[in-house]
Ligand binder design. Structure first.
Ligand SMILES: NC(=O)c1ccc[n+]([C@@H]2O[C@H](COP(=O)([O-])OP(=O)(O)OC[C@H]3O[C@@H](n4cnc5c(N)ncnc54)[C@H](OP(=O)(O)O)[C@@H]3O)[C@@H](O)[C@H]2O)c1
Length: 257
């Protein structure tokens, strides 16, 4: 499959790096930007090709990943609509009711990937394929090589985005704060970073098998050091802070529509 990227920014780059390193990469990846030079840089990095325009992208691609910012939808969709077999949209807060008329008659899969697609450990939420199922089958297979693909109702996509798309940044913030705390406690910065990243990776995997509450109880023995730390977090209402972060993300998504 020849895969075009309309947009060569952060998310396009993460997906392209993921596909470049997978067992069955796309036959060819093609990249367009709006003049920054990021398309050429990404093509050089992953072994793809830069194209000079979205017209050329549509001519040379079977499937296009639409990876511009949401306000750029109409400009980017015009040259692609009806000229490719399918479009994968990664646009945040942009419903099918906006995507489908802009890209018709090409079928559109509305998706929300997170940044870990870069290492093929992403989560990719998508809306049901509906009547365009056959045309989008190959697309779902392609996305599967970037991580775990989960179908959600379109009404659930914004809250899903808040907890799988935005939340990795919140977790990265927590990791950064812990690394800094380790350094303040006397650890070398590199060692502190390694300890936190390995521990965080282990927690991520462990949470697949153990509930978060059960994990906290298993670590925090009464009167012990973890319990003391959890009490400090509770006193600062860290739980409420995370909930407020999710609410803020949801409000921003609602405001963008
Ligand atoms: N970043 C994330 O973690 C994330 C996660 C999930 C979904 N998303 C979604 O992914 C989309 C892109 O986000 P991003 O963070 O990757 O943005 P970004 O880094 O700003 O990249 C946007 C890209 O679109 C290009 N572009 C804009 N208009 C164009 C046009 N008419 N023709 C060709 N290229 C055009 C830009 O070109 P220039 O390089 O020339 O400016 C840039 O390469 C957004 O809709 C966002 O909601 C992002």
């Amino acid at each position: 499959m020849k895969l075009g990227f309309a947009g060569s920014g952060n998310m396009a780059g993460a997906m392209a790096r993921g596909w470049a390193g997978c067992i069955s990469p796309p036959e060819l990846m093609l990249f367009a930007d709006s003049g920054s030079g990021r398309a050429q840089a990404l093509a050089d990095e992953v072994g793809g090709r830069r194209v000079a325009s979205l017209d050329e992208l549509a001519d040379r691609s079977d499937v296009v990943v639409l990876a511009v910012k949401p306000p750029g939808l109409d400009d980017a969709a015009g040259p692609i609509a009806g000229r490719v077999e399918a479009v994968i949209s990664v646009l945040g807060a942009t419903p099918l009711a906006r995507l489908e008329p802009a890209l018709a008659p090409s079928p559109v899969l509305r998706t929300m990937p997170n940044l870990a697609v870069e290492i093929r450990r992403g989560v990719i939420c998508h809306t049901p394929v509906g009547a365009s199922g056959a045309a989008l089958d190959g697309v779902l297979g392609l996305l599967g090589s970037l991580g775990t693909v989960i179908e959600v109702d379109e009404g659930d996509l914004d809250p899903a985005t808040a907890v799988m798309g935005c939340a990795p940044a919140y977790i990265a913030l927590a990791a950064e704060a812990l690394i800094e705390a380790g350094v303040e406690a006397g650890l070398d910065a590199e060692l502190s970073g390694r300890l936190v990243s390995e521990a965080t990776a282990g927690v991520g995997e462990h949470l697949r098998y153990r509930q978060p509450g059960s994990m906290q109880r298993a670590i925090a023995s009464p009167g012990g050091s973890t319990e003391a730390g959890l009490k400090e977090l509770a006193a600062r209402d860290v739980r409420a802070a995370f909930k407020a972060a999710v609410e803020a993300s949801l409000e921003r998504m609602a405001g963008a529509r």
